[in-house]
Design a protein around this ligand. Structure first.
Ligand SMILES: Nc1ncnc2c1ncn2[C@@H]1O[C@H](COP(=O)(O)OP(=O)(O)OP(=O)(O)O)[C@@H](O)[C@H]1O
Ligand SMILES: [Mg+2]
Length: 486
């Protein structure tokens, strides 16, 4: 966009020439007339929709006006780009007070879609001179319409009145967010919730799985449009004909050498099938550790008294469990459990916070605790108390940015047997319970499902403690007492 003070947006409508009057053909023609490809193949040139993309649009915006649509596609099929283009169409469609929202699994993902839309507007002056751009929304004053990106916190979504609700990455969108987003619509004669995603690592626990199941079982439901691109089940993983079935963008704006470069063992088979072949992989193949890996590094016995150690604390409040893991500092760190409190299945249960604090103090008497590394969520006060007592506390929020490298590092250390563990049964159980999600940000561990009672807290403690123990083993101790990453 031009620098300097901005002129007021033009109040004149777009010169649409001879676009079809209505329906999906109008959307297709509008996108091809006004949208330019923001980046990658064909960048800056007009966005030419492929025949398969037109079919998807014809299905979701059919004359029967479905209220809900699901497009299932592997990674890299231009989902986010198409989402942005559809959002802009709806913004400029002429509908008075149109509200277009993009919801994604997190702020970062949502911004990707929004930034693609912003870039599209910037690339076409006839669009940019008619809108006002803000940090999280684009306004089209002529019809009082808004295209807005929402971070997927349900509180943010209540009370909306969308004409088009776009959910990018439905595979990893949690149920509550999906429900609040989907239930917001229905106050207009026509509205659509369009869910776009790639088969989810959460498998049958995910919203996307359920929507797909409904779509497969109820082809007669005119209020729901479902289209899936997937390789035939049972195909060989390197069968490039099967790849082409699942990836309509292959050899077009998706590069086959990039897919080849990711074949197992560089990614796990289950991950590749899900993300690149669009297949739903059942079962526990997204376990963090391979069978036997944990056992292979067992060395019975705790960490010798007086050793230099890191304590990892992952505290819960009510629902799950609280763990305290000790990790020795050295070339081959040893992991053991220094405290464990778990909910026996009672709604009223609350962890005894004072007891946990005492366990930290006891550990500090037993070992030379260089640092207590902890997720501060709900434990801020305890961490402060311990800090005042002279214990070095390091806050380690459970953000992807912090957890991903730490998870990767412990995973590799286990695989290469550069770490040992005491054989504590609860720790072994938590390790077995860990599932992983692997995406562009790397690996993160989580429970089998959000509501699962198969806890993983001791694994989280181990990941944090091991990460800090490695840092301490290779760097000089810091003088500062309280360090925070935030
Ligand atoms: N016709 C087209 N439709 C969509 N994208 C296109 C098209 N032509 C070229 N591209 C380019 O292809 C790339 C598609 O990337 P995009 O992020 O939209 O894919 P995605 O399916 O959302 O990927 P991911 O699965 O990683 O989220 C972009 O760089 C886009 O500009
Ligand atoms: Mg995307």
């Amino acid at each position: 966009m031009k620098a300097g003070p901005k002129a007021a947006p033009s109040a004149r409508g777009l010169v649409e020439g001879d676009l079809p009057e209505s329906g999906p053909e109008r959307i297709i023609a509008w996108i091809e007339k006004f949208i330019r490809t923001p980046k990658g193949t064909g960048a800056r040139g007009p966005m030419i929709l492929r025949e398969w993309q037109r079919e998807l649009i014809r299905g979701a915006f059919a004359e029967t006006r479905p209220r809900l649509a699901l497009w299932s596609l592997p990674r890299g099929q231009g989902k986010t780009t198409l989402c942005a283009a559809l959002g802009l169409y709806a913004l400029f469609s002429g509908e008075e007070g149109a509200r277009i929202y993009v919801v994604a699994v997190d702020e970062r993902q949502a911004r990707l879609t929004f930034e693609a839309a912003v870039r599209m507007v910037e690339l076409n002056e006839s669009l940019s001179k008619r809108v006002q751009m803000f940090q999280n929304r684009i306004a089209y004053p002529r019809t009082g319409s808004l295209f807005q990106v929402l971070s997927a916190t349900p509180a943010n979504l209540e009370g909306l009145d969308p004409s088009l609700m776009l959910i990018d990455e439905i595979g990893v969108t949690d149920r509550r967010t999906y429900e609040v987003a989907a239930l917001a619509s229905g106050k207009r004669e026509t509205s659509l919730t369009l869910c776009i995603g790639t088969p989810s690592p959460e498998g049958a626990d995910s919203v996307m799985y359920e929507l797909r199941k409904w779509g497969l079982e109820h082809p007669e439901d005119a209020s729901f449009y479902f289209k899936e691109y997937a390789a035939p089940l049972g195909c060989e993983i390197d069968d490039e004909e099967a790849w082409a079935v699942a990836n309509p963008a292959l050899n077009d704006f998706l590069w086959p050498d990039a897919m080849r470069a990711l074949l197992p063992p560089k990614t796990r088979e289950a991950t590749f099938r899900r993300a690149r072949l669009g297949q739903w992989i059942e079962g526990a193949d997204n376990s963090w550790l391979q069978p036997g890996q944990w056992k292979a590094i067992e060395q019975p016995g705790g960490v010798p008294d007086g050793s230099d150690v890191i304590l990892g604390l992952d505290g819960s409040f009510s629902g799950d469990s609280t763990g305290l893991v000790v990790c020795s500092i050295g070339t081959r760190p040893h992991l053991d459990v220094a405290g464990y409190w778990s909910n026996p299945g009672d709604d009223e249960w609350r962890v005894d916070i004072l007891d946990v604090e005492d366990a930290v103090r006891a550990a500090c008497r037993r070992w030379r605790v260089r640092e207590v590394v902890a997720d501060p969520y709900r434990w801020q006060r305890s961490l402060q108390v311990l800090d005042r007592e002279g214990i070095t506390v390091l806050e380690h929020p459970q953000s992807a940015q912090r957890m991903t490298p730490a998870t990767q590092s412990l995973g590799e250390a286990i695989a290469n047997q550069q770490v040992t563990q005491s054989g504590h049964p609860a720790l072994a159980e938590h390790m077995t319970n860990c599932r992983v999600t692997e995406d562009s940000r790397g690996v993160r561990v989580h429970k089998v499902s959000r509501s699962s009672r198969q806890w993983i807290d001791l694994s989280v403690c181990s990941i944090m403690a091991h990460s800090r123990a490695r840092t301490h083993a290779t760097t000089k101790p810091k003088r500062r007492k309280v360090v925070s990453f935030r």
